[in-house]
Design a protein around this ligand. Structure first.
Ligand SMILES: [Zn+2]
Length: 310
């Protein structure tokens, strides 16, 4: 066991198809979504089997577009005791949306998912982490739409996303409409630079022993690791798409290694849902350490707590 013995970290998955990623986004490709082969179910099944084998619960940020077409997949994830949260509806980056459009997108995703599970969802993660200095207004919309926490602010420098200098640990954010908890993906300060270590392409880029050392260093400061993955990362045989060399490198690098690395990761660190790993989020939802199935009564209690806490 690495890191702090017994410490629980957060494992999360952004549930989307391989053809929906921002790196390969184009209006032309967006119009063809319905015609591409769906691979999300088999990839999520792979993840669910792996998590069941190790007795781990995780947080699944599900895209509304996926939930609408694969309601039984959402039910299967929830039935296994995982936390369901929202990845928005149409996967358009917030940086290319106006506030009204964004509100419609998150509202539609929340309603779609809640209609399937019959349970209130409280977490949100933006497509490609696109809550940036330019789109901070999105946080206020999330509060107004009933979200209690967000996991979209990546405190790093990147060409598509990032808020360099943002608080890298779980913190409460005040907006004009109220507050919510921010749960940033894990990073590590190396010299003057904050390095992403939380998952995705970075997880596949670093050799595992290096990554393990970076994660142990980050965990040693007492904050839970917040890690993220995608179902398509467990699918080395997915059809290749055209795109820039950088995008293709980031997306296809070491896809064949994700599953074996994930096995190493979950045997080296203890993982749970975001609600379970981040005390503040668990508390605000009143569902700390509870499986999704009994969170139903959380909605009223959470709102009451929010009102009491201001
Ligand atoms: Zn995504």
């Amino acid at each position: 066991m690495s890191g702090i013995p017994g410490k629980v970290h957060a494992l999360s998955f952004d549930v989307e198809e391989h053809f929906q990623v921002s790196a390969f986004w184009s209006d032309e490709r967006r119009n063809k979504w319905e015609s591409y082969e769906s691979r999300v179910e088999r990839n999520v099944d792979k993840i669910l089997a792996l998590l069941s084998l190790h007795g781990i619960h995780a947080t699944f940020f599900v895209l509304g577009w996926i939930a609408l077409r694969h309601p039984n997949l959402v039910k299967a994830i929830a039935a296994r005791g995982h936390e369901i949260a929202s990845h928005g509806f149409g996967h358009e980056m917030i940086t290319s949306q106006q506030p009204a459009q964004f509100r419609e997108d998150v509202r539609k995703s929340k309603e779609t998912i809640e209609n399937i599970t019959g349970t209130a969802i409280h977490g949100y993660r933006a497509p490609s982490f696109t809550i940036t200095p330019q789109t901070r207004w999105a946080l206020e919309v999330l509060v107004e739409e009933g979200f209690l926490y967000d996991s979209s602010i990546f405190p790093v420098q990147h060409d598509r996303y990032g808020m360099p200098g943002a608080d890298p640990y779980c913190h409460r954010i005040e907006t004009e409409s109220g507050s919510l908890w921010e749960v940033p993906p894990s990073t590590l300060k190396v010299g003057p630079v904050r390095v992403p270590i939380a998952g995705g392409g970075y997880f596949r880029l670093y050799p595992y022993p290096v990554l393990r050392r970076l994660l142990s260093s980050a965990a040693a400061d007492g904050h839970p690791l917040i890690m993220y993955f995608h179902p398509w990362e467990f699918d080395p045989d997915q059809p290749r798409m055209s795109g820039s060399m950088l995008s293709r490198f980031r997306h296809y690098l070491n896809l064949g290694k994700t599953e074996v690395r994930m096995r190493q990761l979950i045997s080296d660190f203890r993982f749970a849902t975001i609600r379970e790993a981040v005390d503040a989020v668990g508390t605000v939802c009143g569902a700390h350490a509870n499986p999704v199935g009994v969170i139903e009564s959380c909605a009223g209690r959470c709102l009451a707590m929010e009102r009491n806490n201001g």
